[in-house]
Design a protein around this ligand. Sequence first.
Ligand SMILES: Nc1ncnc2c1ncn2[C@@H]1O[C@H](COP(=O)(O)OP(=O)(O)OP(=O)(O)O)[C@@H](O)[C@H]1O
Ligand SMILES: [Mg+2]
Length: 320
Amino acid sequence: MDEFIALERVEKVFEVRRRTGFLRRERREVRAVDSLSFTVARGEMVGYIGPNGAGKSTTIKMLTGILTPSGGRLRVAGIDPARERARLAHRIGVVFGQRTTLWWDLPLIDSYRLAHRMYRIPDARYRENLDRMVELLELGDLLDVPVRQLSLGQRMRGDIAAALLHDPDVLYLDEPTIGLDVVSKAKVRGFLREVNAERGTTVLLTTHDLQDIEQLCSRVMVIDHGRLVYDGRLAGLHEAGESERTLVVDLERELPPVEVPAARVVRVEGPRQWLAFPAGQSAAPVVAYLAERYPLVDLSVREPDIEAVIARMYAEKAVS
Ligand SMILES: Nc1ncnc2c1ncn2[C@@H]1O[C@H](COP(=O)(O)OP(=O)(O)OP(=O)(O)O)[C@@H](O)[C@H]1O
Ligand SMILES: [Mg+2]
């Protein structure tokens, strides 16, 4: 099946009641997801990003069947999640970084034993998966430790293992690296890459850490106010965000700002000058032009900062 996850004009409206005075209440609608359509193919690893309150977690909850859409059509592996939540549970794994699914007071291994029974995982398969997970996620020394005694990074690795023991076809990750130090983040990312490559698991990854996306996802979807505002390659965001690349040139000596078509000097420091030009454009003509007319010693191109691009994108959409 090519469209493994498919959303067609999906909506989710929450009704919130607010006290506005003595005995007076106001009803207000929050449109958390608004006419959202996208598809994800089997084996894809897609980043799902957007500012706080954009509707990311709400989308994931609908994809697991925890929440029922207010409108539209939604399918995961051909299953309507809200109608057949139990059947879907065998096909998906979920990690909510902000909330553990493990048994807090019990040793880690007990949560896995429970999953073994709950999902009716064949014994040999369970053992094989557990061994692999323990090895890759370095859980060996942690299995007998009560979950509440684990550090955040250890707990997150434990949660990820729990989500994968039953060999799901899809893995939803809602901020799986939140609060982790750089070493733990690297471990989690390495593991996810491996799972995706080895098992062909389809992964939908929500995060505020753009390095997660840069290192893992060839495709990224940006959601804002419940609507999809970008779907494509991460690199393409630069163009969508109208960002600029910077050419840093070292001249033989201090000179007035150089003059080049299609680029402008944004900074001068002694013999070094910084030129900005559109990110979608090649640096070659700018370099050729400069080399012909100025005494160049050295140069380098700096890519735009993806964080800045996305921040600008969020800001633009917020006003429109
Ligand atoms: N159960 C609920 N009842 C009422 N409103 C809700 C509920 N859950 C979410 N919302 C609202 O829906 C909107 C989207 O929330 P959601 O949690 O999906 O955002 P998010 O993109 O995951 O944000 P964050 O990056 O902060 O996790 C927000 O305005 C939120 O307040
Ligand atoms: Mg969220």
